[in-house]
Structure formats: structure tokens, C-alpha cells
Design a binder for this molecule. Structure first.
Ligand code: UDX
Length: 447
């Protein structure tokens, strides 16, 4: 099939590349000429395992092309995916200006039947606005052309995006046009062996499903983070509690890991946007308000632990202290620094006069960009190098390469053998055996 993908960000590029992988002829459009140049030169503008290979293979095969030419892009695909950004507005609602601009651009140029597919995460009711924008543009041209607007939210996870797209646990299609449903079924059939995994529903329910999924996952995390605080106080171990409840199939094992708070481009934004949608509709979403507040507080948990252990005086000053920081990205497998708990931690430690020497296997360039000129922050070339002269090691991201460190080296290199672990990577018993003081999340302190 001929497909156009508007927006070569995270979702758009993965969608375009994976659809081309199945033999479709995909043209990706972006207004950012630099991005298109990078892609045309065989590079990719983001870090995502396996994506570069898929992009290159399909670009070489002539099935995947990149352009800034809007006319060509609209003419190309019968299916027009809109995968542009929906940044949060000041009030937390999703800003739809890019989505609407894409819709208008299609309406201003189309000459035959199009299926316009919202792939970006957009609030309930956006498909109606997209339809209205296209109708208006067509009316201005004095035309009445048939088109469908479909909601097809994306559930892929950063770091596993290609695998998630190629083998989805479900594909949600919200549509009320039979012809569009037929095309969407045909498009996704190669990705889904089990036909029941293609869920066709009305447009609004599909739009809602995306927010409901992310809000539910964020809720589980905030719930566990909250319990982890209580566990520490009453002397329970949240890791054992997690296993204890996760073995109940009604609860399940995923997304029960207490940590330094959730970040990334989706959960924080989508929870806020759903709260906003609720408020606009006259519904005060009590649980989601609390999920958001609990996460903001959780991003402070490492700061609190460091100040409690090293802060002197009433102001919790950390002047003269130096901390090794392992992990900057909001989660492993990505260089994404958006809403990363590491940023909150670094700023808080620096504000108290501490120095931070950070190491991340892939996110250091991105960190330099997102925290330009951050006082007190330096970068190390390796995890071990970061430890030199540090008062303690703080772990914020659970990269695999941090999971089996040289414990003896940690102990002998740090000024004091103190590890403050925001991701519960180690067993307290191991740390005890190595003589390392260990502060984890919701677990007993190894003093
Ligand atoms: C998420 C959704 O999983 C995905 O379906 C949606 O399309 C986009 O948002 P992503 O943001 O890539 O994906 O990351 P995810 O792996 O879901 O992690 C989100 C955050 O939650 C991370 O900061 C992670 O550290 C945190 N997390 C996750 C926890 O703190 N505990 C957990 O148990 C799981």
C-alpha cells in the first residue's frame, strides 16, 4: 500500500520504517529539513535499538523515503498517518496545533479518497477536529471529497519500539467507515497472527483507550512508589511485597517496580492531559491527580535520601560533597531525557552545593542538550571513572551494565562505601557481604 507518515519523530519514524518492512511504499514527511537530511543520509535522529537497520534496509529497497515536500506527501499515500508532536499546553492539555496543521495540509491538497489516521496520542474528540479541519479546507476549494478519519493509537515503548510495532499485543483501530476499516485490517494483518488482537471500535473509544492504558500503568507505579515509602518506615521490603502480589494473576507482574519516579514523553504528559480532559468535562479525576502528585514527590526521593545521609546543618547543605551518578536517561535503552528523574536530582544536589559526576551509556549527549551549562555537573567516560573521589554512588537508571558491578572496586574507590539506589538493582544481602552501606527504595537499610 502507499502510505504517507507526517512527522518523523519517535512514533512516526518507527511506524514508517516498520510499515515499509512489510512491503508497503512509505513516504515520511517532516517540516524539519535537518531531520530529513539526516534520514536521507542513512542516519536516524533518535537512539532506538534496531531502528537504524530497518530504516536503512527499507530506504535501500526504495520502500522508505523522506521528504519535506508537502504536495508530494499528500499525493503519495491513500493512508495518511499523522504522527506529529502533541506537546503539553501550559494547562496540561495536549496542544493540537501540529495535528490540525497536518490535517489542513491534507485537506488543502487531496484530490481523491484518503484515510487520515491519528497516530499521535490525542485527546478524545480530536478525530472530530481533524475531520472539521479537512472539511473546511475542502470547502474552501469548493470540493466535496470522501475521506475517513481513523484513530490508531500507538502503544510502543522506547527501547523496544521496533519489536513492539512488529509484534504488537494489540492494535486498536477506531473508525466508523467500512472502507477505512477494510484498509486498516489489510495493513495490520501481517503484524498480527491472532486476528483477535486487532480491536476495531468507535473513534472516541480508541482515543480514550490510549490514555486509559498509560494512566493505568502510571497508577500502578505511583501506587508501588507510595507503598515503598511506607514499607521503609514499617520495616517491610517492597521487592518481596511486589513478588507476593504480582504472582496473583489478577494483579500481574508488570509495572510494579518502585523506583525514582516515572518519566519519559508519555506518562507525565498523558496523565496530565487526561486530568485536564476530566476537568474540562466537569470530572475531577481524584485518582489521577494523586498519581501525578505522588510521582512529583517520588522524584524527590533520592534527594531526600542523599540529604538525610550527607546534608549537614538545617539547610541540608551538600557543599564540598561529590556524588557519582549512574544513569541519566528516564529509563534504560533510550537516550531520552524528557521528564527524567535524574534532572530533578542533579538540580537539587547542585542547588545544595554538591558536585555530580554522571555517566550514562547513551544519554550523555542528550543530557548536555537538556541541561546546558548545569552548574556542578560533569560527565565521566565510564561508570567506574565516575566513582573517583565521590562520597557516594547514586543510581537513577537501571542499565544492564550497572547490574553486576565490581563491588570491591566500588568499595575501595568511593570515599565512603555508600550506594543510594533509585532502582533496586542489588540485593541488600550482597551489599552487606561486601561491606557497602546500601540505601534502596522501600527496602531495609544496610548500614
Ligand atoms: C510508555 C508506555 O509503556 C507505552 O505503551 C506508551 O506508548 C508510551 O509510554 P515509555 O514511556 O517508553 O512507554 O516507557 P515505559 O517503559 O513504559 O516506562 C515509563 C516510566 O515508568 C519509566 O520512567 C520507567 O522507569 C517507569 N517505570 C516503569 C517504573 O518506575 N516502574 C515500573 O514498574 C515500570
Amino acid at each position: 500500500m502507499k502510505i504517507t507518515v507526517v512527522g518523523t519523530g519517535y512514533v512516526g519514524l518507527v511506524t514508517g520504517a516498520c510499515l515499509a518492512e512489510m512491503g508497503n511504499h512509505v513516504l515520511c514527511l517532516d517540516v524539519d529539513a535537518r531531520k530529513i537530511d539526516v534520514l536521507n543520509d542513512g542516519g536516524i535522529p533518535i537512539h532506538e535499538p534496531g531502528l537504524q537497520e530497518v530504516v536503512q534496509r527499507n530506504a535501500q529497497g526504495g520502500r522508505l523515503e523522506f521528504t519535506t515536500d508537502v504536495d508530494r506527501a499528500v499525493a503519495h499515500g491513500t493512508l495518511q498517518f499523522i504522527a506529529v508532536g502533541t506537546p503539553p499546553d501550559e494547562d496540561g492539555s495536549a496542544d493540537l496545533k501540529y495535528v490540525q496543521a497536518a490535517a489542513r495540509a491534507i485537506g488543502e491538497r487531496m484530490t481523491d479518497y484518503k484515510v487520515v489516521i491519528d497516530k499521535s496520542t490525542v485527546p478524545v474528540g480530536t478525530a472530530d477536529k481533524v475531520r472539521a479541519a479537512i472539511d473546511e479546507a475542502l470547502a474552501a476549494r469548493g470540493l466535496q471529497l470522501e475521506f475517513a478519519v481513523v484513530s490508531n493509537p500507538e502503544f510502543l515503548k522506547e527501547g523496544a519500539a521496533v519489536a513492539d510495532f512488529m509484534r504488537p499485543d494489540r492494535v486498536v483501530v477506531g473508525a466508523d467507515d467500512e472502507r477505512a476499516i477494510l484498509l486498516m485490517r489489510a495493513l495490520y494483518a501481517p503484524f498480527i497472527r491472532n486476528r483477535e488482537r486487532l480491536l476495531v471500535m468507535d473513534v472516541k473509544s480508541a482515543e480514550f483507550t490510549k490514555y486509559a492504558a498509560n494512566a493505568m500503568l502510571a497508577t500502578r507505579i505511583s501506587f508501588m512508589n507510595e507503598l515503598s515509602r511506607l514499607a521503609e518506615t514499617v520495616g517491610a521490603d517492597i521487592e518481596l511485597v511486589r513478588q507476593g502480589i504480582g504472582s496473583d494473576p489478577r494483579i500481574g507482574t508488570h509495572f510494579l517496580y518502585a523506583g525514582a519516579g516515572y518519566g519519559g514523553s508519555c506518562f507525565p504528559k498523558d496523565v496530565k492531559a487526561l486530568v485536564r480532559t476530566g476537568a474540562d468535562a466537569g470530572h475531577d479525576l481524584l485518582i489521577l491527580n494523586a498519581v501525578e502528585a505522588a510521582n512529583e514527590r517520588q522524584k524527590q526521593v533520592l534527594v531526600d535520601k542523599v540529604v538525610k545521609r550527607f546534608g549537614e546543618g538545617a539547610k541540608g547543605s551538600l557543599a564540598g560533597r561529590r556524588f557519582a551518578l549512574w544513569g541519566l536517561a528516564f529509563k534504560p535503552g533510550t537516550d531520552d531525557m524528557r521528564e527524567a528523574p535524574s534532572q530533578v536530582l542533579i538540580q537539587a544536589l547542585a542547588a545544595r552545593g554538591a558536585e555530580v559526576v554522571a555517566y550514562d551509556p547513551v544519554a550523555m549527549d542528550e543530557a548536555r542538550r537538556s541541561m546546558p551549562g548545569q552548574p556542578g555537573l560533569q560527565y565521566a567516560a565510564s561508570a567506574n571513572e565516575a566513582l573517583a573521589d565521590a562520597d557516594a554512588l547514586i543510581i537513577v537508571t537501571e542499565w544492564k551494565e550497572f547490574r553486576s558491578p565490581d563491588y570491591e572496586f566500588i568499595k575501595s574507590t568511593l570515599k565512603q562505601p555508600v550506594v543510594i539506589d533509585g532502582r533496586n538493582l542489588f540485593e541488600p544481602a550482597t551489599m552487606k557481604a561486601f561491606g557497602i552501606e546500601y540505601h534502596a527504595i522501600g527496602r531495609p537499610l544496610v548500614a
